[in-house]
Design a protein around this ligand. Structure first.
Ligand code: SF4
Length: 358
């Protein structure tokens, strides 16, 4: 079974990155450094670029952070989105400093006049805007009308903002997100919005949690929506290093069948047959795999009884024996080495395969 065909949307541009239409679902993340600390922020963005982050968002809590964007932009290669709350002047300052896009929640910008100032400045500079509707800052009248921050209320809020920004101001370089920390409300809101508008959607579950909870919630909500053809760019939020967000995002896209980046690792959970210390070996393989951007299948198996057979699909694999390691390709054993050489031999075999197929 394949994911449903992508929902047809218009294409917008965040810097030079197209979002929506037939373009691949774009992976983004957000820095957790102090934006005013240019050196630390640039270093983190560069690490994120290396693992495949395609758009980066930075928090802009004050004027100094907005000004720092200009120095940050000189050092990085991916488009930058300035995350703005409350103060329209910060949005203008971020645009003047070269931000490629803004993320605003018009509901907390305090008045349509201020939203208008932001939109006109973005248009003048060719920047994009994400309208981020958030359950936590829903308009009071919608809260009353729907008896809470329901999916319908979130969608009506987004459509109201679009009416003003698109209808009255004629600005269309827009994408939308609809977030609630309640996963089903988020899913329903995106589904509903997708039926009513063709603007591209930024998917995310807000305040998703730590590595395990955040990964599960995001994989469930984003995976479900993406499998229904909904979603044009994704951010997995984790209370973790943002590099992990990018790795998880690509695993979700791989699992749904939309994009592959880097190797897929098949590894066994180990059982009573395992005679080597497999967990640290698997961790090293995972680290090594992150340095490769070509799609490959790598297997890490605890024993030779079932290992190579179970992982027949793998391009290169390793399996443990008593004091030895077996290296195999496509289910066929190519080498037997002492246990302490298993990783170096495995890495050498993968590199050989990459060189042969370059
Ligand atoms: S590969 Fe071997 S060690 Fe791993 S789960 Fe299967 S039987 Fe157990």
């Amino acid at each position: 079974m394949e994911p449903k065909k992508r929902r047809p949307t218009r294409t917008i541009y965040v810097g030079n990155v197209p979002v929506g239409g037939d373009h691949p679902v774009v992976v983004q993340s957000m820095t957790n450094t102090d934006t005013r600390d240019v050196k630390a922020t640039v270093a983190q963005i560069k690490r994120l670029e290396e693992v495949g982050c395609e758009i980066i968002r930075v928090a802009v809590p004050d004027e100094e952070a907005a000004r720092a964007i200009s120095a940050i932009k000189k050092e990085i290669h991916i488009p930058l989105i300035a995350d703005i709350h409350f103060d329209w002047r910060l949005a203008i300052a971020a645009l003047e400093a070269g931000a490629d896009a803004l993320r605003i929640n018009p509901g907390n910008i305090k008045g349509l006049e201020n939203v208008k100032k932001i939109v006109l400045a973005a248009r003048e500079r060719g920047a994009a805007i994400r309208i981020g509707v958030n359950a936590g800052s829903l308009e009071k009248d919608l809260y009353r009308k729907y008896g809470g921050a329901t999916a319908e209320a979130l969608v009506e809020s987004a459509l109201r903002h679009l009416d003003f920004i698109v209808g009255d101001l004629g600005f269309e370089n827009l994408k939308v997100s609809l977030k609630s920390s309640h996963v089903w409300t988020t899913i329903e809101a995106y589904r509903l919005f997708a039926q009513k508008s063709d603007f591209p959607l930024h998917l995310g579950v807000t305040e998703a949690g730590g590595l395990i909870a955040g990964t599960v919630k995001s994989a469930f909500a984003l995976g479900l929506l993406l499998s229904e053809g909904i979603g044009d760019t994704i951010r997995v939020s984790l209370t973790r290093d943002p590099e992990e967000e990018v790795h998880v995002a690509y695993e979700i896209l791989r699992t749904v069948g939309l994009r592959t980046r880097g190797p897929e690792i098949i590894s066994c959970p180990t059982c009573g047959r395992c005679e080597i210390d497999l967990f640290p070996i698997a961790a090293e393989v995972e680290k090594f795999a992150r340095t490769i951007d070509r799609p490959l299948k790598l297997a890490v198996m605890g024993c030779v009884v079932n290992g190579p057979g179970e992982a027949r699909e793998a391009d290169v694999g390793l399996a443990g024996g008593r004091g030895v390691g077996i290296i195999f390709r496509k289910g066929k054993i190519v080498k037997k080495v002492p246990e302490e050489e298993i990783l170096t031999s495995f890495f050498a075999e993968v590199k050989r395969l990459l060189a042969e197929t370059a």
